[in-house]
Design a protein around this ligand. Structure first.
Ligand code: NAD
Ligand code: ADE
Length: 421
């Protein structure tokens, strides 16, 4: 019998399965976790609700949690990031309940999250804290049953820390994003590559010779800026943090305020995790046919409400994932992916090789929170260093790279204060 689900079309499953297996080849660390989980069943008896981008990489995480003994319900963490063939295969081939359809409207998006929560989860997993938000508002009757929640992204962790500060967090949360094996690689190299992939798939534009404005020089911004520069763009960074602005300058980028970069940019990419970073006053100054997109978590970085109101004409879908807004001054602004994360809306998100580390950390953090359930307070917890070190060591091994070990003399030297002069 088919498990409960709401996906686009189960007949897409065969294509999805091939792609899940393709991704799995690049996820050796997660596969090792899965093998052990299958033997030891550390998640047996636990019900999990996961709200993640429903990609082939997430499929391999879901298989790992299932191998560990969890009963899982999966829904999307963004209305545009679901891969429908993959969702179909998870249901049909792997017996995992999925509630996600690419392009679902807001009402369906929330309905799907609510159905996933109907599993009455003991563990939740979020990319952006949406499940946790529901568990503290319209579904708060379920919060007492939650042992712990894992959070995948920077914006989610920021929201959860704000809840902790206000003393309202009802269960422990693990900041998976803050593990080094997550944000050092996923946010930087993953977002760097997949964001450009999304822009190119949506536009077919050449990057070389363009002026590209990257808003935010955090982990994601560093990745995006270095990759567009590598493709031959003159790259401009905007920031609000003076230290990050110096870093961008010393990394060789132009740094200027949005008001100045708006006049010169051909392509704008926001990755700040902030709201209204590109506003009407900026859109008005842009060149004709300027391309604007976002790769930060929520679709609030571009003030599209204002653009919608002020534009004298809007042509939706001039290409797939491209809407054209004509301003009163006659200039056209091309908005990609409705301002939603372009790497998952127009492309397939981060490559499997980098999600291997993020999702190995997710699975191990889940196991750790279950083992330590009696000790965890209702706060945001760090992933233990031992998890980071284990994942890093196995990733290196899978890449065929070995490194040096400290000699006993070196160990002594590094822990002493009387040697060396
Ligand atoms: P981060 O905190 O490392 O960096 C954000 C940077 O933006 C900071 O340097 C901050 O000073 C800067 N900033 C804030 N407001 C700004 C403004 N108005 N103008 C210019 N700069 C501003 O965060 P991060 O890890 O780089 O994540 C950024 C966003 O990307 C978050 O929303 C995160 O959840 C999301 N994210 C997306 C993906 C993806 O797949 N697209 C992957 C990882 C993270
Ligand atoms: N976030 C960014 N890329 C992703 C991917 N490929 N799968 C799941 N979540 C992601």
């Amino acid at each position: 019998m088919t498990v409960k689900h709401d996906v686009k079309d189960l007949s897409l499953a065969a294509e999805g399965k091939k792609r899940i297996e393709w991704a799995d080849k690049d996820m050796p660390v997660l596969a090792m976790v899965r093998e052990r989980f299958a033997k030891e069943k550390p998640l047996a008896g636990y019900r999990m609700a996961a709200c993640l981008h429903v990609t082939t990489e997430t499929a391999n995480l879901a298989r790992t949690l299932q191998a560990g003994g969890a009963k899982l319900a999966l829904c999307a963490s963004n209305p545009l990031s679901t891969q429908d063939d993959n969702a179909a295969s998870l249901v049909k081939d792997y017996g995992i309940s999925v509630y996600a359809i690419k392009g679902e409207d807001r009402e369906t998006y929330y309905r799907h999250m609510n159905i996933a929560l109907d599993i009455k989860p003991n563990i939740t997993m979020d990319d952006g804290a949406d499940l946790v938000s529901l568990l503290h508002s319209s579904r708060k009757e379920l919060a007492d049953g939650v042992v712990a929640s894992m959070e995948e992204t920077t914006t989610g962790v920021i929201r959860l820390r704000a809840m902790e500060k206000d003393g309202i967090l009802k269960f422990p949360v693990v900041a998976v994003n803050d593990a080094q094996c997550k944000h050092f690689f996923d946010n930087r190299y993953g977002t760097g590559q997949s964001t450009i992939d999304g822009v190119i798939r949506a536009t077919d534009h050449l990057v070389a010779g363009k002026k590209v404005v990257v808003c935010g020089y955090g982990w994601c911004g560093k990745g995006v800026a270095s990759r567009v520069r590598g493709l031959g763009a003159s790259t401009i960074v905007t920031e609000i943090d003076p230290i990050r602005a110096i870093e961008a300058t010393m990394d060789g980028f132009w740094v200027m305020p949005m008001s100045e970069s708006a006049k010169v940019g051909d392509l704008f990419i926001t990755v700040t995790g902030n709201i209204a970073v590109i506003r009407m006053e900026h859109f008005r100054q842009m060149k004709d046919n300027a391309v604007v997109c976002n790769s930060g978590h929520f679709n609030v970085e571009l003030d599209l409400e204002a653009l919608e109101k002020e534009a004298k004409k809007v042509r939706r879908g001039v290409r797939e994932f491209v809407d054209e807004y004509t301003l009163k001054n006659g200039k056209r602004i091309l908005v990609l992916g409705e301002g939603r994360l372009i790497n998952l809306a127009a492309a397939h998100g981060h490559p499997a090789s980098v999600m291997d580390m993020s999702f190995a950390v997710q699975a191990l953090a889940t196991e750790w929170s279950i083992k330590n359930r009696s000790k965890l307070s209702n706060k945001v917890h760090e992933v233990p260093k031992s998890v980071d070190e284990w994942v890093a060591a196995l990733k290196l091994e899978s890449m065929g790279i070995s490194i040096d070990k400290l000699t006993s003399l070196q160990k002594k030297y590094l822990s002493s204060h009387d040697m060396g002069t």
